[in-house]
Design a protein around this ligand. Structure first.
Ligand code: NCD
Length: 321
């Protein structure tokens, strides 16, 4: 394995998790992403920065936003981008995860973007390949680029992150987005809360550095940011909520519950949204309060910044043959 790149603004070989990243590295991504937001609003969005580089998207789980935004990010920076269709690949023939990754690595791919249902699977691959690896979501563990794009959205809207009160609400137990957000927001000085029914609150979640609530109004009271999360039924074994109606009644974000947050509080959601389950449609579409579409826009810029920084490190470390 190639070592991390000391001296760089983002001194890491891979982006596998937010946990363990220091504020200067996080801020380097956010600051660079700000410049890409502007570039993406220009008519000419394309640069030759990554010309000759190859980016491979390897998604073992469904994705709309994350996969497309990595594809756009790579293309806007001039890289060749390949989307592996996992269902028609040799994975369907029983090839192991490591064999698949080693095969792709042998094709001299520069950046591998991986999403997988198992927590830790992306790290397993990163330890074996000599390209840069970005975790696009591994099981219930982490989704680092989502937390970075959330932070960028917040910072551009409110001008800061430090001192803000942020409530992550919904299915905390299965959410890699919540975990990455807790680490990142804590590192940048926000005060983080998680709000969920007890069945969806991991026992030791406070140890990650957040306050836990099982009452929605109490949880979002006085908050600057209300982040809603989808019920990840695909990761649930057995019923953890009595019914969708019950869940919406007590934990779905509607105007009545939102009234407990600060008057200028903004509403976020990583998508995909289940309208009428964790969030009321009107609230989700409220152009004054909801920044859900801005989050999607920031996703492209943040991923461009990550690709830019990680490929600089590839240059710093000559690739082993
Ligand atoms: C999230 C994910 O995949 O973890 N979505 C995303 O990347 N935008 C959240 C989810 O699936 O609910």
């Amino acid at each position: 394995m190639v070592a991390d790149a000391p001296g760089s603004a983002f001194p890491h070989r891979h982006l596998l998790a937010i946990e363990g990243l220091h504020p200067p590295a996080l801020l380097a991504v956010l600051d660079l992403a700000d410049t890409y937001v502007e570039q993406n609003r220009d008519a000419d969005k394309k640069r030759a920065l990554l010309r000759g580089r190859t980016l491979m998207n390897l998604f073992f789980e469904a994705s709309t936003r994350t996969r497309t935004s990595f594809e756009l990010a790579g293309k806007r920076l001039g890289a060749d981008v390949i989307n592996m269709a996992v269902s028609t690949s040799s994975v369907a023939k029983g090839e192991t995860l490591i064999d698949t990754a080693m095969t792709l690595n042998a094709m001299q791919v520069d950046v591998l973007v991986i999403r997988h249902a198992e927590s830790g699977a992306v790290k397993l691959i990163a330890d074996k390949v000599n390209c840069a690896v970005i975790n696009a979501g591994d099981g219930t563990h982490e989704h680092p680029t989502q937390a970075l794009l959330d932070a960028l959205t917040i910072r551009r809207r409110t001008g800061r992150i430090s001192g803000l009160r942020v409530a992550n609400c919904g299915d905390i137990a299965h959410s890699r987005v919540a975990r990455s957000n807790i680490h990142l927001l804590n590192a940048l000085g926000a005060r983080v809360r998680v709000v969920a029914p007890r069945t969806l609150l991991p026992a030791a979640i406070e140890r990650l550095g957040c306050e836990a609530f099982d009452d929605m109004r109490a949880g979002i009271e006085g908050c600057d940011i209300v982040m809603m999360l989808r019920l990840q039924t695909e990761r649930m074994h057995g019923a953890l909520v009595p019914s969708i109606r019950e869940f919406f009644r007590f934990f779905g974000l509607d105007y009545a519950k939102l009234a407990a947050a600060r008057a200028e509080a903004i509403i976020m959601h990583p998508g995909p949204m289940n309208r009428g389950v964790e969030i009321d449609s009107e609230v989700a579409d409220d152009i004054h309060r909801s920044v859900i579409r801005e989050q999607v826009e920031m996703g492209v810029a943040v991923r461009m910044a990550c690709l830019d920084l990680l490929t600089r490190n590839l240059l710093a470390n000559a690739r082993p043959s």
